[in-house]
Design a protein around this ligand. Structure first.
Ligand code: PGA
Length: 229
């Protein structure tokens, strides 16, 4: 199976910029590509040729949950999956292991793919708690062929600090010993460091933030990934 390269646009790109991105984006055969635009840009993005994932989903089918979006609504739009448990959700919006579990289960039940994010903070790593944190976060994730885990050390997200390939490999091996799934690496992945990360034996792809916003750099990341498969 080829590497999976997912672009997480976070709160960037409305519908107009979304369409501009697709005008300039190309990926070769041999790499699986997913893009995760903000909710309001999903409709524009699903008209393109690539699988589109949301960045979050609520667990209820519908109800009085102001500001939330259900899995059925995403399915109706033609969205194929969703991220859950991104560290920015955990850090700024009160996401817990329990709500990550609820979101993942609801998405899978609706037929969506899931990329579930896990990862330790800098303080947790320095305290020697990386193993325990990953075990706790992975334990709530359902075993399902449509669920992929993204290991994103929080201290490496948007900071330019990438985990060394050895650190990434170590964490991925632990996650795979706990959960039978593909594991993506995330945290400052860019064309310059992609090959050394993606050639680690347990790194099955990447979840890319900043470097997915530019069509040329995301195209080149996809090209690198395809050349390694
Ligand atoms: P980054 O973000 O590539 O900008 O570090 C990764 C992510 O948060 O998914």
């Amino acid at each position: 199976m080829g590497k999976l390269i997912a672009g997480n646009w976070k709160m960037f790109k409305g519908p107009t910029e979304t369409l501009e991105f697709f005008d300039g984006f190309e990926a070769p055969e041999g790499v699986e590509v997913v893009l995760c635009p903000p909710f309001v840009s999903l409709e524009a993005a699903v008209g393109e040729e690539w699988p589109i994932y949301a960045q979050n989903v609520h667990w209820a089918t519908d109800g009085a949950f102001t500001g939330e979006i259900s899995a059925a609504m995403l399915v109706e739009l033609g969205v194929q999956g969703t991220l859950v448990g991104h560290s920015e959700r955990r850090l700024y919006f009160g996401e817990s292991d329990e709500t990550v579990r609820l979101r993942a289960e609801a998405a899978l039940a609706a037929g969506l793919g899931v990329i579930a994010c896990v990862g330790e903070t800098e303080a947790e790593r320095e305290a020697g708690d990386t193993d325990a944190v990953l075990r706790r976060q992975v334990a709530v994730l359902p075993q399902h062929e449509q669920l992929v885990i993204a290991y994103e050390p929080v201290w490496a997200i948007g900071t330019g600090k990438t985990a060394t390939p050895e650190l990434a490999q170590e964490a991925h091996a632990l996650i795979k010993s706990l959960h039978d799934t593909r594991v993506l690496y995330g945290g400052s992945v860019k064309p310059e460091n992609a090959a050394e990360l993606l050639t680690q034996p347990d790194v099955d792809g990447a979840l890319v933030g900043g470097a997915s916003l530019d069509a040329a750099s995301f195209s080149s990341l996809c090209q690198i990934a395809a050349s390694l498969s």
